[in-house]
Design a protein around this ligand. Sequence first.
Ligand SMILES: Cc1ncc(COP(=O)(O)O)c(C=O)c1O
Length: 488
Amino acid sequence: MTATHPGLPETGRAAADLLADLAALTAADLPTRGERVSAYVYDTGRPAVRQAAHEAYLAMLEVNGLDPTAFPSVVALERQVIGATATRLGGSDATPGIFTSGGTESIILAVKAARDARSDIAEPEIVVPITAHAAFHKAGTYLRVRVIAVPVDPTTFKADPEAMAAACTDATVLVVASAPSYAHGVIDPVERIAADAAARGIPCHVDACVGGYLLPWLAEAGADVPPFDLSVPGVTSLTADLHKYGYAPKGASVLLFRDEAMRRSAYFVCASWPGYPVVNSTVQSSKGAGPLAGAWATMQALGAEGYRELGRSTLSATRRLIAGVEAIDGLVVLGKPEAALVAMGADPASPLDLWALADESRSRGFFLQPQLSAAGLPASLHLTLTGASEQGIEEILAVLRASADAVRPLGPGTPPADLIALIHELDFSTLDDAGFAALLPMAGIEVGGESSGRMAGVNRLLDALPVEGRELIVNRFLSALYSPYLGQ
Ligand SMILES: Cc1ncc(COP(=O)(O)O)c(C=O)c1O
């Protein structure tokens, strides 16, 4: 689907016309409400909360967070949001923090703070479990910090504290634990990891991007949640995303620090150019205050009671989903999910083709997120459940059962040997985006159009390739996608 008016029009157009274009363009997107998408979106199911967030977002849209002395409203809102977050996560009103655009930006800043706090180390390293979010690898790439990814327990999918401690060297500037990990929804042994790090004088970051606004409420609803926040000795920083289980509009995350010196290390300052002195808390410089206001309004509109109720229904939905999946022949739940993220794997005794299952499920109106095998851990399909999931659980399970029945006769699925051989023969250094785009239909990949939701072939191929091969292909694919060579 293309916009009806591509490019810059000679004369301006009416808002209604523009909104009609947007409606047409988004018609092909996955739905952002209605609990038919197992990732990306977080829904309270409460229209009044959403409306409060939208209106607050719009009210602050044009305020620029670049200069908090020019726009003190930004400081006031940010302090409220950070204080409210910290007091639920083992800190207090006085805990230093930064409001950022998302989990990745928070993580990049946490790594920068740790790196810059140890400017005496020439080649800094961070130690992360292999299950840590890719954002740590991104931070490592952007900041030139080496990432040491340590294997996890292959049964529980949790970080192995002994292996983490053994991976630390004199160059380690940060040790990381997840609460929970995204892929399997399990909580790393934060107390042990943080204590071992502290014993060596190394800071410890807890990635609670998912868990920060979820685990406290799950605990109140009766879930067994081990200590994971700033109350744990040795934890020096923590990330919690408002645009996940804080249910805020996208562009909202919080980074908390145990001490203020570490927060100052995260800042960027520059007074060596002839313009205004730059002092930024975030990667972004100019930034609209809409996401901050939207996050603040969501927290205020929900209140502790709202989050408590969403936590209760999220826990109930997760338990029902896990029980239902475990009863489906050919599927298993990987590890023991401790939050509301569930990874469904193929049962080694009677495996199903997960990628075909995802396509079947999508054709029945329910999107499952594929997760490739990596570092010896099996492939899986991901489900993130939210406070609005509970009423749709029976429907999801019915879709999963029907999809499993449809793909069971196909067996486990085999890697596409021809395609893999073709990829090995290709000289990528001479292949431009047009050439790459032209190859995709031959590989059975269609972008846009009827069968574009059918991704089993692509997932099967990616899963069979080594990491470098996967990364090369998806890099080329993204560039081709944004080129004029692929039909949309
Ligand atoms: C545990 C964890 N950390 C970090 C991130 C990155 O967050 P974002 O996508 O907001 O940048 C995610 C995203 O799913 C996550 O699950």
